[in-house]
Design a protein around this ligand. Structure first.
Ligand code: MOS
Length: 751
């Protein structure tokens, strides 16, 4: 009989658990893509295009080739053949258009495009030789000014998957004209570049049989694998992509970036193992959050009830792909209002294609919309929170569909109470403390609650240890830990006896980790696999002498502390390993797939799904110096069931910090004459430092929702950034009485 004297371990969904990969990460045992050892490794360093648009005439390679250790210089003239297929699904996250192909031909599409890769026996030799390589170009006129590009903005002809159609209601134009109180304001968001701790890097290990093991910095190993197979015409059994640890992504790792293209190209040509690492400067040459313009018109009746919402936006894309986001939809969904319309366009300029960056679309469009909402509240003479409550919508106001759950009212209440919103003076410039003007602002956040088809495997071995595995990623979000907690919950096991494996294209298939869908999707798959495994254990338990569980089904037993316990007679139980032994099994394995169409109910189809938040911020503005300090943020989040309160809180903290960056710091400047991003390093591209971040309180309100996903989980990776910058901007108005409609609100704008 198993030992049941001690208290059973009750860890599972809802238990705060430290990251199971935490020790490996802080001790350096966890290796990133650029840290994977390989015998006879070569190093590649990319040379970037010095102009924004034109053609390569030729290369002066003599000096570079003379550097000792240089093995090869790859360019479009001597690269190995590719099997580029002009189809977008070679990368599951690509927008419509023609994906960038590194070293494809002589065309230069953007400044910073890789045009050559110097490969050498050491990184130092490759870098030095790269600095000696001369690229001769023929320049063509380019356009990098968003304001100029915006004049020719257009409705993207092909829709990106996940791009939501805008649905108007009523007659917003007429209602806006007729209403007594109105706001008409234009907003702007600067270009932002992702700056994860880990730069994009790839180590390709070339096997003797020609197979490739590609250690890549990515948010989706299977996506990179199928991409490489389609680019180079390789069969999938010859390419394995691994990304066990990822030092942050924020969306920059959703699409395969150019370093993986050129690293594989070099490995194939030289039949050697090759590593390519982007420098921090080079990180500013690829994906970025698009610069955005948004015009919001709002109108209310005499008591502050919304009569019209008109929401228009344009975001930047490249000349070769139509990157598009859901920018204006949020404003049409969020509030009850009989008349609403929206318009969304993209504008081309000569850069790399913009792309997803944490809460793409909402972080832009909901944030700027919520700044307009603050102006509307002021114009209508209402407290900003009271104004939002007055216009609260229980349903998705754009589709008219009910939400599977929407505990935003509770989030407003909990957030306002924790923040101490009550008693906030209505008028700006009402709170002064010494040199500082103090202001308080708030905003509503929204994000999708997505669920994607995902597979997972559970394996229990005779030593009583469980391994759960899926090809998904952990980009710092805590996926390893949520997988362990879900398995512990499903099988009633001590989390210390469970390990999670992920980030490997050989593991059960999973989509890219994006859109805050991984916790709900991988969680559901792990749960299914564990339940299937439990069924097998129950069957094996029949072989135990005396058959103590009899004909009991899964509903008749409880799984706890590694045992199957009969509910109606708790003295009767069988240990997992005892059952396996009796049945002569070394291991029990189950693999299952979860997905929206697999077991999703009809009621799920006729609903809207979203997470919500109420963000409150307090700022102190030194009027003489223009310095803004965000002294307090309270972010109250309604995101369904929380698997791991500890890592969940970390996600919101990180999102709020990025939101502070969006409000005050982050901005990439273009030199319009050269057509280049200028501040391409962390000294000049500012992100919040410790001194910029003070008190952040995270609240999760109760939201029970068994419909949204099988475990009632909604996902948290992105909601924390949405509208945080709006709460800060609204607080800056409350402090100073000045409306700043262009983010970030830097010192120069305040003095
Ligand atoms: Mo996120 S922008 O979906 O990685």
């Amino acid at each position: 009989m198993p030992d049941t004297r001690h208290e059973p371990i009750r860890a599972g969904i809802g238990t705060p658990l430290s990251r199971v990969d935490g020790v490996a990460k802080v001790t350096g045992e966890a290796r990133y893509a650029a840290e994977r050892p390989a015998a006879g490794l070569l190093h590649g360093v990319a040379v970037l295009a010095p102009i924004a648009r034109g053609r390569i005439i030729g290369f002066d390679e003599t000096a570079a080739r003379a550097v000792p250790g240089v093995v090869e210089i790859l360019t479009h003239e001597n690269r190995p053949g590719t099997a580029w297929r002009d189809r977008n699904f070679s990368d599951e996250t690509a927008p419509p258009g023609h994906p960038f192909r590194a070293l494809d031909d002589a065309t230069i599409h953007f400044a910073g495009q890789p045009v050559a890769v110097v490969v050498a026996t050491t990184f130092e030799a490759a870098r030095f030789a790269a600095s000696l390589l001369r690229v001769r170009c023929e320049e063509e006129p380019h356009e990098m000014d968003f304001n100029t590009a915006r004049v020719e903005a257009y409705d993207p002809p092909k829709k990106r998957s996940g791009h939501q159609a805008i649905k108007a209601r009523g007659d917003a134009a007429e209602a806006w004209e007729a209403a007594p109180f109105k706001v008409d304001a234009e907003f702007h968001l600067a270009t932002e570049h992702h700056n994860p701790m880990e730069m994009h890097a790839t180590t390709v290990i070339h096997g003797q049989d020609g197979s490739l093991t590609v250690h890549d910095k990515t948010q989706g190993a299977p996506n990179v694998q199928s991409y490489l197979c389609s680019v180079f015409g390789l069969s999938s059994d010859k390419v394995r992509v691994v990304s066990e640890y990822v030092g942050g992504g924020f969306g920059s790792g959703l699409r395969p970036q150019w370093q993986v293209q050129v690293a594989v190209m070099a490995a194939l040509k030289l039949e050697r193992s090759v590593r390519v690492v982007m420098t921090r400067q080079q990180m500013f040459t690829h994906v970025h959050r698009p610069e955005a313009w948004q015009r919001v018109r709002l109108a209310t009746d005499d008591v502050g009830q919304l009569r019209a919402i008109r929401n228009e936006a344009v975001t930047a894309t490249s000349r070769f792909e139509d990157n598009q986001e859901n920018v204006v939809n949020w404003g049409l969904m969020a509030y009850a209002c009989p008349n609403a319309d929206g318009d969304y366009k993209v504008a081309q300029r000569d850069t790399y294609t913009s792309g997803d960056m944490r809460a793409p679309g909402a972080a832009t469009g909901m944030t700027l919309f919520e700044m307009a909402m603050d102006e509307m509240a002021e114009t209508a003479g209402l407290d900003p929170l009271a104004f939002r409550l007055l216009n609260y919508s229980k349903v998705d106001a754009m589709s008219g569909l009910p939400y599977t759950s929407k505990a935003l009212r509770e989030a407003y209440r909990a957030g306002a109470e924790a923040f101490g919103w009550e008693g906030r003076p209505f008028a700006p410039r009402s709170m002064k403390d010494g040199h500082d003007l103090v202001g308080q602002g708030m905003a509503t956040g929204m994000w999708e609650a997505g669920f994607q088809k995902t597979s997972a495997r559970a394996r229990l071995t005779s030593d009583g240890r469980l391994e759960v595995a899926s090809a998904t990623a952990d980009i710092g979000t805590g996926t390893y830990t949520t997988m362990v907690l879900v398995a512990a919950d499903a099988l009633g096991m001590d989390p210390a006896r469970i390990t999670a494996k992920l980030g490997d294209s050989n593991l059960p298939k999973a989509p890219v980790e994006g859109g805050s869908t991984a916790a709900a999707s991988v969680g559901a798959a792990v749960d299914l696999a564990c339940r299937a495994l439990a069924k097998q254990l129950l069957k094996a338990a029949r072989k135990v002498e005396g058959d103590p569980l009899g004909r009991a089904g899964l509903d008749d037993v409880e799984l706890r502390d590694g045992c199957i316990v009969l509910k109606e007679d708790r003295s009767k139980s069988v240990g997992f390993t005892q059952a396996m032994q009796a049945a002569g099994l070394d291991e029990v394995v189950a693999e299952e797939t979860a997905g929206p169409s697999l077991g999703g109910s009809v009621s799920q189809m006729r609903t809207s799904r979203a997470t919500h938040s109420a963000v409150f911020a307090e700022v102190r503005v030194d009027e003489e110096l223009g310095v803004v300090r965000v002294t307090r943020v309270v972010n109250a989040v309604a995101a369904g069931r929380i698997i791991n309160p500890k890592t969940a809180r970390s996600q919101i903290l990180g999102g709020v910090v990025m939101g502070i960056g969006m409000a005050l710091h982050e901005e990439t400047f273009a030199d319009l004459r050269l057509g280049r991003w200028m501040n391409h390093n962390l000294a000049e591209y500012h992100v919040p430092a410790h001194a910029d971040v003070a008190d952040i309180e995270v609240i999760f309100v109760d939201e029970v929702d068994p419909v949204v996903t099988p475990l009632g989980v909604k996902g948290l990776g992105e909601i924390g950034i949405v509208s945080t910058a709006a709460a800060v901007a609204n607080a800056i108005w409350h402090a100073t009485g000045q409306r700043h409609r262009s983010l970030p609100i830097t010192i120069d704008k305040l003095i």
